[in-house]
Every structure is written in structure tokens, then in C-alpha cells.
Design a protein around this ligand. Structure first.
Ligand code: ACM
Length: 689
């Protein structure tokens, strides 16, 4: 058997990328079309396949952890969803019948630590498969990989014969979800955790308090959730349920209680903690940043926080506790004679020193309750080293600067999902990017990983998933897979597949987006509507804030809320245009395809007009639909010059560029996504000699 085995590829993962490996590989040895995301560390291919049919059964051969049986049941259920094949996994497990044998060599930790072993190896032959891991977490990760490996062809569902050795590049691969600015019910949180597990993320950072809401039941200080939440808070039983759900999937839960700023919701309940007299109310007017702030000079603040953190330290078992620390305006501190005098007395130079004083008190309280501190990069200060993790959000360089000083850090700069950047943007941000190039190996090890951030100004339970998926999978890959994974085109190939896979396993990003579009179309022809909205992309936080005044209760039911952050149709069109223009002989077939698409979009308006006309929610889409027509027309004109190999006249160029410049500006907080591709056609037509 060994003799027959042929190693097709041993990676260095760059080798898996089709454009590289296929060229170097004889045609008959082509690697199967794999859609793994995140890509494992090493894969060795063999030539056979393990057929997945109704005989398939995964059996736990070795392993004590109580999470394992449930994870194997879930695995079978999801394999059923993926294949539609009913699997008999309820009967008593018999290792002789195992098609997938699972060996978990070590126990799980009572509370999953940042250092948890997530490695696993997976061997698949044409007769069976074996998954071996040192810990239950490694088993969870390996089962996800196995599920992703299941593909089908004209013969069957199968997993290609191969051997995978895998472990993450970074130990901290997180997702922050802000539930303060808009609330998310437990069922949504659980779906998010499912998606995180699918892409092997391991830290759920729960942003539980901010100016707009305090979202946890406190039995010690019940006014916090009663006065600070409009009734939208998690009961402690629900928190425990979510933590258990996350733990079953190998995900840690880290609570964030942001302080001393971003605390209006606390101060609505306990104004005596503030630096200026109240009363305070939950912020509903806008998104901030706001001035209300805890008073670091008052002892009662620390008595309060000692009791509160004591309560929360028991509820949230993770070793880390996030204290926020971002965006303290200092205005309340500057306005208070008492606080100014305190600073003078304590020889503090500025408010940063005062906040560090606050953080040092917090550090003592956290230590007393067995917790380590994590906070935003504002807490970076020479007096606060070694014991903290800094979450870098304002500049990537702060991460390397901290590491140089001996401070551990994680990266969120560049991973803000609410900015609505494309997956390709996030994919090229690396925690060990050029900013870390001059660090020693030991210093680099202090950079633990990163977290995607889902701030909630413009998301609610209906919208959040379409802002998370599939883009977060690209960040998950950056944090798990080897640095050598850099091919954006291949990332998108696999991301498109993950998009469907996530949907299949229950994520609501696609379904909710469609539901919102249905609502807007009001029963009119949905296909017509969808053909149009597939050409659009939603804009992010800064565009939307500038566009109009939003309140907490402003309905998020418009086009800008319903459509996706990226247009797959526009992405495919761009690839087509790139392919066509990259070859000086201009394939007639590709040109024809471009022409057909543009012509279809140009003619869209006749059917679209009545759909738009009957919906008040779509009224603002009118100029966007006209822009699609104008851009398509311009693209077709450019194509005519290109086909005739005739340089486009100056006057036409100017008109086209004016249109394109206009298309770069959002309308109704939405962009037409085909603009950049049309610009390429126009540029090509202008450059013909
Ligand atoms: C932050 O975005 N204020 C951490």
C-alpha cells in the first residue's frame, strides 16, 4: 500500500493554490477541488477516496471528555444536512464499524485556557479515516475539517484520501460582538458561535456594556440591568447557557465591561459613580463618543467594582476579563476641581496618568478575583506591563510597540467588520505584518492573535449575520493558517463555498438579507429586485454616520441594511474583465460574455421601475438603478472601442470619468459595485494606440 501511495503535494500551503500547483503538477495528479477554510498547516494527498454513504459512522475510540459524544452526534447531524443521506448514528458505537475513528489522547481543561492544544491529525484512506488529537478541542477542529472535506462528483459524496497535520498559527482567534448598541438575543448568539466553530475561531468577546445599554443581570447591583437595559439583558442562567454552548465548541467567552468611559448605562443606574452629577439616561440620541465617565478619585467606585467584578468573575469562568478602557474624553475630569486637585496631589501629568491609576486599582481587584486584565490600546502605559493583554484597535503599530515593551497583545485594527470593507482587505492584515518585522522572536510571541469586531451601531438581530458571514471566515483563516496563504483569488473561491456551507449549517446571513429585500419589494417580482441588488454593496460606519442622524430606535430596514457588504456578481464580473483585458489578443469569447452581462444590466430598468415605484422603502433606490444603467451603457461603449481597437475620443473619456467619479460616491448609503470594473474598461479604451 505504502508503495502505491504518491505524495502529490506537501505544503507550504502556497502549493495548494491552483494557479501554482496545477501548473507544476501532471494533469492526472491534479489535487481535488478542496474548499477548506481555514486551510490546514500541511496536507499530503493520496490517490483514493473515502465514499460517504449511509454506512458512514464516526466512532469515539479513545476519549473521556463529556463534550465529545455530543460533538460527534452534532457532526453526524451536519453531515446529514450536507449530504442529505440519513445516517444511523444513534445505535451503540462499535469501533469495528467506524468509518471515522476518533482518538482523543488527553483530557480537556476544566476552563479552556488561551494555551489550549488545538492540534489534530486526520488521515483518510479509501477504507476509513482516523482523527487523532491531544485534546477535545483538537477533535472539534478536526471534525470541522472533515466536514469541509466532504465533496461530491458524478459518482458519490466522498473525502479524498489524504493526510492532514494541523494546528493554528495564533492561539487567539476571536470575534467581538457588541450587544449594547443593539441587542442580540441568545438564539442569535448561539448561531454566531456555530459559525465561529465552523471556521475554527476560539474566543467570543462579548461587549456587554456601553453608553446605550448594560446587558447582564446583576444580582448584587440589580439597578444596572433594570435601569440600564430597557429590559434587553441576559439573565445569568442565559449567560451560563451561552458559555456552556461555546465551551462545547471549543470557544472561550470573555466578557467586556467597558470602563471608565462608555459607561452612561451604568451611570443611569448609579450616578454616584460618575465624575459629574447626574442624572443620566441610557443614550438613545446618537452613537457617541460621550463624556460621562466613572470618577477614578472616589473610593466608592472601587468598592462598587470590587463587588461587581466579584459577581461577574464567578459567572464568567475565563481567565481573562476585558475592562474596555477606550475613548475616555476626559471632559468630566477636566471640569471637576476635585479631580484636578487630585491629579496635582498625586503628581499626575495628564488624564492618561489618571486613567492608568484607575487601571491599576482595577488590576488589583481583578487579581483578587483570579482574573487577568485585557483592555483596548488606550491602557498601554509604562506603569502597566506584563500582566495585561492590549487589544490594538487604533493603530497596528501599537501592537508591536507593546510587544517590544514586554506587553502581550491582540490585533483588531483592520478587522472592524462594521467598516464594511471587502474580505480581501481584512485578509491582507496580519498580526505579524510589517509593523512587527523588527521584533525579536521572543517579542513576536507576545502577539497572540486577533479579533474581528462587530460593532452594533448598524446591526440588529436581522442584520448582524450578513455583516459577519462570510467575511469573518477570511479573518479566521488569516489567524489560523500559515502566513504563506496570500492568494486572494483562491481565498474568494473558497469563501464563496463557505458562504453556502455556513448557510447550510444554519447561519441566517443569506436568508435574512433576502427576507429584508422581500419586505422592501412588497410582493413585487423578487427576481427582478435581486438582479438589481446583487450589483450593490452596503457602506460602513463612517459613510452612514455622515449621511444622516441615526437614533437607537431608527428602523434599519432600508436598502443599505438589507444588501450584503460585498457583491459576488460584481466580484465575478471583475475577474472576467481582468481575464479579458490581461490578454493582448482579447479573447472574443470573454468580450462577448462581458457584453452580454452589461447589456442585461442596461436593460434591467424596464422591469425594475415598477418594482421600485410601488415601495416607499425603495424610492431612494431610483438613482442607483439609473446609475447601473448609465454605467452599463458606458461599459458597452468602451467595449465597442476596444473591439474596434479604436482609441476612445477625449470628450467621451471625460464624460465617462465624470460618471465613474460620481459612482464612487455612495447614494442612499449604498454603492454600485460594478463601477471599478467599468472603470477598467474605460481605461483600456482610453489607452488604445
Ligand atoms: C473602540 O472601537 N472604541 C474600541
Amino acid at each position: 500500500m505504502k508503495m502505491k501511495q504518491r505524495m502529490l503535494l506537501y505544503m507550504s500551503l502556497a502549493a495548494l493554490i491552483p494557479s501554482v500547483s496545477f501548473k507544476a503538477t501532471p494533469a492526472e495528479l491534479q489535487a481535488p477541488d478542496l474548499y477548506l477554510m481555514p486551510m490546514p498547516k500541511t496536507i499530503t494527498f493520496d490517490t483514493g477516496r473515502l465514499v460517504i454513504d449511509d454506512n458512514f459512522k464516526a466512532v469515539l475510540a479513545i476519549g473521556e471528555d463529556s463534550r465529545l459524544p455530543a460533538s460527534i452526534v452534532r457532526f453526524h447531524q451536519r453531515l446529514q444536512m450536507k449530504t442529505g443521506i440519513p445516517l444511523n448514528f444513534a445505535s451503540s458505537p462499535d469501533i469495528k464499524q467506524a468509518m471515522l475513528e476518533i482518538q482523543c489522547k488527553g483530557p480537556g481543561e476544566r476552563v479552556q485556557s488561551a494555551a489550549a492544544d488545538e492540534s489534530y491529525s486526520l488521515e483518510v484512506t479509501d477504507r476509513n479515516a482516523r482523527l487523532i488529537a491531544a485534546s477535545p478541542i483538537g477533535v472539534f477542529r478536526g471534525l470541522e475539517t472533515f466536514l469541509q472535506l466532504v465533496v461530491s462528483d458524478d459518482r458519490s459524496f466522498y473525502v479524498p484520501s489524504l493526510r492532514i497535520e494541523d494546528e493554528p498559527r495564533f492561539l487567539w482567534r476571536g470575534l467581538l460582538v457588541d450587544v449594547s448598541r443593539h441587542w442580540e438575543p441568545v438564539e442569535v448568539i448561539k448561531r454566531i458561535l456555530d459559525g465561529m466553530a465552523t471556521v475554527k475561531m476560539n474566543v467570543f468577546h462579548w461587549h456587554l456594556s456601553d453608553d446605550q445599554g448594560f446587558r447582564v443581570e446583576s444580582r448584587v447591583f440589580p439597578k444596572l440591568h433594570i435601569k440600564g437595559s430597557d429590559g434587553k439583558y441576559y439573565r445569568q442562567s442565559e449567560i451560563k447557557d451561552v458559555i456552556a454552548y461555546a465551551r462545547a465548541r471549543g470557544i472561550r467567552v470573555i466578557p467586556e465591561f467597558d470602563m471608565p468611559g462608555h459607561t452612561t448605562a451604568w451611570l443611569a443606574a448609579y450616578p454616584e459613580l460618575a465624575s459629574a452629577p447626574g442624572p443620566y439616561q441610557i443614550e438613545r440620541r446618537s452613537w457617541g463618543v460621550f463624556d460621562p465617565c466613572m470618577d477614578p478619585t472616589k473610593n466608592i467606585v472601587y468598592f462598587f467594582l470590587d463587588s461587581f467584578i466579584g459577581e461577574m468573575a464567578v459567572l464568567f469562568p475565563d481567565e481573562y476579563f476585558h475592562i474596555g478602557g477606550d475613548e475616555v474624553t476626559g471632559k468630566q475630569w477636566d471640569a471637576s476641581a476635585r479631580i484636578r486637585n487630585f491629579k496635582v496631589r498625586e503628581k499626575m501629568k495628564n488624564n492618561r496618568d489618571l486613567q492608568t491609576y484607575f487601571n491599576r486599582q482595577l488590576l488589583k481587584i481583578l487579581k483578587k478575583h483570579g482574573k487577568k486584565m485585557i483592555g483596548w490600546d488606550e491602557i498601554l502605559h509604562p506603569d502597566l506591563r506584563k500582566d495585561v493583554i492590549v487589544q490594538s484597535w487604533r493603530r497596528q503599530a501599537s501592537l508591536a510597540e507593546g510587544a517590544h515593551l514586554g506587553i502581550k497583545g491582540i490585533l483588531s485594527f483592520g478587522y472592524y467588520l462594521d467598516h464594511m470593507r471587502p474580505a480581501s482587505f481584512h485578509y491582507q492584515i496580519d498580526p505579524l505584518g510589517k509593523e512587527a518585522a523588527n521584533l525579536t522572536e521572543q517579542e513576536q510571541e507576545r502577539i497572540l492573535g486577533g479579533e474581528a469586531c462587530m460593532w452594533a451601531e448598524f446591526v440588529n438581530p436581522e442584520i448582524i449575520e450578513s455583516r459577519l458571514w462570510p467575511r469573518t471566515a477570511a479573518i479566521a483563516e488569516r489567524l489560523w493558517s500559515p502566513f504563506s496563504m496570500q492568494d486572494t483569488k483562491d481565498m474568494y473561491r473558497r469563501l464563496e463555498y463557505m458562504d453556502i456551507e455556513l448557510d447550510l449549517f444554519g447561519a441566517m446571513h443569506r436568508k435574512n438579507s433576502d427576507r429584508m429585500l422581500h419586505r422592501m419589494a412588497g410582493g413585487a417580482d423578487f427576481e427582478v429586485m435581486k438582479n438589481f441588488t446583487d450589483l450593490l454593496k452596503a457602506t460602513g460606519y463612517s459613510t452612514r454616520r455622515k449621511a444622516r442622524q441615526y437614533y437607537s430606535l431608527t428602523p434599519l430596514n432600508r436598502l443599505a441594511d438589507a444588501i450584503m457588504p460585498e457583491s459576488e456578481t460584481a466580484l465575478r464580473f471583475e475577474i472576467l474583465v481582468d481575464d479579458a483585458l490581461s490578454n493582448q489578443f482579447l479573447s472574443a469569447e470573454l468580450i462577448q460574455q462581458i457584453q452580454e452581462r452589461l447589456a442585461g444590466w442596461q436593460n434591467m430598468n424596464d422591469t425594475l421601475k415598477p418594482v421600485i415605484a410601488r415601495s416607499y422603502l425603495l424610492e431612494e433606490a431610483k438613482p442607483l438603478s439609473e446609475l447601473v444603467v448609465d454605467l452599463s451603457k458606458t461599459g458597452l461603449e468602451a467595449l465597442n472601442y476596444i473591439k474596434a481597437r479604436q482609441k476612445a475620443p477625449e470628450a467621451w473619456q471625460k464624460k465617462a470619468l465624470d460618471l465613474l467619479d460620481g459612482a464612487d460616491k455612495p447614494q442612499a448609503e449604498v454603492l454600485v459595485a460594478i463601477g471599478p470594473s467599468v472603470r477598467k474598461l474605460v481605461g483600456f479604451a482610453a489607452d488604445i494606440r
